[in-house]
Ligand binder design. Sequence first.
Ligand code: ADP
Ligand code: MG
Length: 485
Amino acid sequence: MDKYKVIIGLEMHCEISETNTKVFSSAENSYNDTPNSNVRPLDMAFPGTLPVVNKEAVKKALMISIALNCKQPEYLYFERKNYYYPDLPKGFQITQETKPAPIGIYGELVYECNGEKKKARINNIHLEEDAASTDHHTTFSTIDYNRAGVPLLELVTEPDFHSSDEAVSFLEAMRSIYKYANVSEADSRKGQIRCDVNVSIMDANLDETDPKNYGTKVEIKNVNSFSGVRDAINYEIKRQIELKETNKYDEMTQQTRRFDETSISTIYMRSKVDAIDYKYFVEPNIPKFKIDPNWIEEIKTLIPTFALQRKENYINNYNLSDYDATILVKEKEVSDYFEETIKLGCNPKSSANWLTSIILGHLNKYELSIKDIYLTPAMLVDLIKMIDDGKISSKQGKQVFYKVLEDKKEPAEIVKEQGMEQIGDEETIREIVVPIIEQHLELIEEYRKGRNVFDFFVGQVMKQTRGKANPSTTAKIIKEEIEKR
Ligand code: ADP
Ligand code: MG
């Protein structure tokens, strides 16, 4: 038994990348452009400018709120979080802090961790604006206001995780939801996801459902990759256990630390004991507005089935392996493609095999997305059908696949052009087999003595048909004809 239990809570920031404009201004929401090119006077806090709420951002935020089973507020309003920093020209961030303002409160997410289902409670999810981005060089710093005002969703969980595995699995599940809902690309390499990780440890024999038993919380700010989250948590657990074991834990104050990627360690930044007072108040320049329940109903219809449910469906109803199902649901476009082939009547196993091996192999090799290839779900269904019907062999099927991509033609057209069509019809094959056998009646005697003559006859049929006869039908008919004599 471990002596200590680990308690982890996450604050996950995800930029809403899939809106045209920023959350309160008409500047383009695309900060990877030339620095400081997507900036409107509001983003620079020019006097007299006023924020206008981006409906699309609110809609996308509500989608996530609903997907996480949160309660949506009756009235939406924003609040000012006041502090000064160069990346925040207004001197305040427009956010949602006080309940019930947030776009969602008290939800939950079921996610999978190492093959086991777990549940994490969501405290709240709120919509806010991102700050500008700063880069620090040796003797100077640069600032890019393209990011200032990009819509940002902050999700705060209850302290429901007990290991770095659980925390990272949850973050991965959330990333998938953001992508499936077309809310965000959720790409941490583009800085779209950033996490604050809260870690504490407690004696294992105490009741973990009572927060009074929790240890002192350490917050690690702005970790910008999932591997960073894992490393930061593991480092912090080790550090805190060491403090316990050396009787120094009680001296530790609530604190904010940062994760240092180079040394894979967390570094003390400041104590949280006298926390900053952000002097929150309701943003006076944005009227409170009522969220129409009909709008919520409409948004509900736009929420797709997410990866975990799709995966379970594939395993339970299509008999796919966990492994294949996991691969198929990784990207929504691939999963949609797979489901389309099934709607068109394809056998799920064959479709899954083609997708997970040949098609995804091809896409990975050339760094393509499934939307980029010429082969539509309908074409894949045709191709699989030709193989299943014995028109072409599966080896030929692969050749047809590459040729479809190359020539941008229908699979049936390629098969015709290449003269690939197999002869599968029994009568046609029999008409070829019978004369061959009659010319070699002496071999039938040999056959009765136990000699293998099949290879010879099959070879003859293949020679005549230039390899197009279906091998198993050919073998069957040869056997029948020999035995007749
Ligand atoms: P603060 O006021 O310091 O921001 P909150 O109560 O808002 O603290 O919690 C922030 C995050 O810290 C939440 O994700 C919460 O789940 C987590 N948290 C709270 N207490 C603990 C604890 N003892 N150990 C680990 N995480 C915690
Ligand atoms: Mg907080």
